[in-house]
Design a protein around this ligand. Structure first.
Ligand code: PMV
Length: 307
């Protein structure tokens, strides 16, 4: 039987954009949407077979996150290149802020370390994935590799060690996709322009977002879903105030709240992209998901935390 290894995607639940200016953010794993990797005998060398991209990546490829990761793991464990093919597939849309690159790297890291007989701790996986992302993607914040490798909510402040924490209950979420591609780089740039124009106003909003995020952490730990929902609504309002909203995101938020969501907000860069809504129960989660689908958008259900 094939031995398959997987890793979840992620979304940001609180604090996006403000996190760029030193405020905290909270990200959670999206456990239902995963990248998976499994190995089989190779054809003379190590190959990462990215099935969705129809690409075979070898160890010499210095521009691939996977070969960078494999090379680092081999040299850290003083092992030579194995004769192995690692197959890789992912349910996560690329470039959607759902952590696709950290999830695929983590799945490959788990499959390769298992083959090599190396027992890696979560922090070691997280570091290896971070190093691979750094080389390929410039300056990642570190939030994606942490939430994906630990598969746990993460409280993150730029430049500080990310903190994982437990949630006091299962939270039922629906992710709605506006279908509008949006560049995080662009929305981050727009926020920067507004900050330059009116620093007092914008810093006031960032302070408010910080309070929301800190309240969000406590509400998640306490398992207080009503409080989490209210704080998501508040965070969404503030994200609109800092100019990263979009009318399609409003539609998704309205559909979700009308369908009984406890709270809803844009997630990630904004200006399009994804929305996340919190449902009261698995039943309401399904209903919200159906309403979003009926309204013509793609929707995914996911949960985090345990009862
Ligand atoms: O869309 P994502 O999940 O990559 O998140 C972007 C988060 C921002 O705060 C908007 C930007 C950043 O670098 O933190």
């Amino acid at each position: 039987m094939k031995n398959s290894f997987s890793a979840p995607g992620k979304i940001i639940l609180f604090g996006e954009h403000a996190v760029v200016y030193g405020k905290p953010a909270i990200a959670i794993p999206v456990s239902g949407m995963r990248a998976s990797a499994w190995s089989e005998p190779g054809e003379g060398k190590l190959t990462i077979n990215a099935l969705d991209l129809n690409q075979k990546i070898s160890l010499e490829n210095k521009t691939s996150q996977f070969s960078v990761l494999a090379q680092t793991l081999l040299s850290k464990t003083k092992q030579s290149e194995p004769n192995l093919t690692i197959n890789l597939t992912s349910k996560l849309p690329q470039g959607s802020g759902m952590g696709s690159s950290a999830a695929t790297s983590t799945a490959v890291c788990k499959a390769l370390s298992n083959y090599l007989g190396v027992d890696l701790e979560k922090n070691q996986i997280s570091e290896l994935v971070f190093d691979a992302e750094k080389i390929v993607h410039g300056t990642p914040s570190g939030i994606d590799n942490t939430v994906v490798a630990y598969e746990s909510p993460v409280y993150f402040v730029k430049g500080q060690e990310p903190v994982t924490f437990d949630s006091g209950r299962t939270f039922y979420l629906v992710i709605g996709d506006t279908g509008i591609e949006s560049s995080t780089k662009e929305t981050v740039g727009n926020v920067r322009d507004l900050l330059d124009k009116d620093p007092n106003l914008m810093n006031g909003y960032f302070d408010e977002i910080e309070n929301v995020t800190m309240g969000g952490k406590k509400a998640i730990e306490d398992g207080d879903k009503e409080a989490v929902g209210e704080l998501m609504n508040k965070n969404h309002e503030l994200l609109n105030k800092i100019g990263v909203g979009h009318r399609e995101l409003e539609k998704l938020v309205d559909v979700s709240l009308d369908a009984g969501a406890l709270g809803a907000k844009l997630t990630g860069g904004g200006g399009g992209g994804n929305m996340v809504a919190l449902a009261d129960s698995a039943k309401e989660q399904k209903e919200i998901c159906e309403k979003i689908t009926e309204a013509g958008y793609r929707a995914y259900q996911t949960t985090f935390g345990e009862d």
